[in-house]
Design a protein around this ligand. Structure first.
Ligand code: FAQ
Length: 327
């Protein structure tokens, strides 16, 4: 780590670190970092990874029921992308010294969180539209600034993730548009999905700034670049005209343009519901965690086989043989 204009002896490690971050420079895995910075990143990146993997479940549920081959292929590709995002993120977290097994154990025991949004059920095909449009839309709003986060491996992972999320958001909007321009029943189905996903999507940004214990420090470290409320407001401002274009109504009687602020005002968020969901009591928490634990247990033989193969290969290498040409 090189700090311009300041000699290392003049500054202790933490002050050097703070100055380095303030200069918008990237921290890399082997750089010195405060323990609390490392812990915060492990918490956030692993929870982000868990969200991607658990987030495959509500949409995976619809792959076999998509209304056409084209929609099935798109949805399948999207769900696979989410798996890829989880893998980049677990890898980024591993660079901080935590093992993937430890992260998964924390998820399975309910110690590590994942996004509240994935604890709601996907009841109709229109939910695939609403999830892509709103959930991926909110995810991008939150993740684009993370491309500039101070931790190099996380920032770089986010660049690719955001490109893919923007395709996801557009395909969701397209599903909504087709339904909104379809029969009255299809339009009603789209409206119903919007009614159910709107408020949980606003909750994705986390508690309001006044109740967000981690925000101040994470912003100081350039991990978070905007506060939860700032990003939530941007999302509302971006989405209102999109809903108008769809001819659908956002389920908020208090939503209105505020000329003075230059933003939309919106109604009160049901924070009791949010806290209830993140405590494990949402409509699908038990089902989602159960599905993840089962997938992990069912996959034990694959991990065992891969490990056995790796051990055998290592032994062959050690004995000077290569597996394919030994015979
Ligand atoms: N759900 O002090 P803050 C996606 C927790 S990816 C559950 O504000 P922070 C892609 C928070 O962890 C969606 N818990 O915390 C996709 C903390 O608890 P802890 C995931 C939440 O970290 C689309 C406590 O509340 N995205 O959707 C939530 O500074 C479609 C206090 O909160 C990311 O993870 C919540 N919504 O800010 C996949 C982005 N909000 O850890 C499939 C990266 C807060 O002390 C299909 N993460 N909590 O026990 C972030 O930007 C931040 O971590 C925030 C929370 C903004 C989520």
């Amino acid at each position: 780590m090189k700090i311009a204009r300041m000699s290392p002896v003049e500054m202790n490690l933490e002050a050097r670190f703070d100055a380095y971050v303030a200069e918008e420079k990237k921290i890399e895995p082997k750089d010195w970092m405060p323990d609390a910075y490392r812990k915060t990143l492990i918490r956030q990146i692993s929870q982000h990874a868990h969200s991607e993997i658990v987030g495959m479940l509500p949409e995976g549920n619809w792959i076999s029921r998509a209304p056409s081959l084209k929609r099935k292929a798109i949805l399948l590709a999207k769900v696979q992308d989410e798996a890829g995002h989880g893998l980049y993120l677990y890898s980024a977290a591993e660079t901080l010294g935590v093992t993937r097994d430890q992260m998964l154990q924390d998820l399975h025991k309910g110690k590590a969180k994942y996004s509240s949004i994935f604890n709601y059920p996907t009841l109709t095909w229109a939910d695939m539209g609403a999830v892509g449009w709103l959930v991926d839309g909110a995810a991008i709003m939150n993740q684009v600034p993370l491309c500039k986060c101070s931790y190099g491996p996380y920032a770089r992972a986010m660049v690719r993730v955001c490109k893919e999320e923007s395709f996801h958001q557009r395909q969701g909007f397209q599903v909504m548009l087709n339904l909104a321009q379809g029969t009255p029943d299809q339009k009603a189905m789209a409206q119903d999905a919007l009614n159910r996903w709107w408020w949980p999507s606003l909750m994705m940004f986390g508690p309001s700034d006044a109740d967000s214990p981690h925000s101040a420090q994470s912003m100081k470290w350039n991990i978070k670049r905007f506060s939860n409320d700032e990003l939530r407001q941007r999302f509302v401002d971006m989405t209102v005209p999109q809903a108008e274009l769809l001819g659908l109504t956002l389920p908020d009687p208090d939503l209105k343009w505020n000329e003075e602020r230059g933003h939309y005002d919106f109604g009160a968020i049901a924070w009791d519901e949010f806290y209830n969901v993140i405590k494990g009591n949402g409509p699908c928490n038990k089902e989602r965690l159960g599905a993840r634990v089962k997938a992990y247990d069912d996959g034990a033989w694959v991990r065992d086989a891969a490990n056995a193969y790796a051990t055998k290969e290592a032994a062959r290498q050690k004995n000077g043989n290569t597996s394919t040409h030994a015979a």
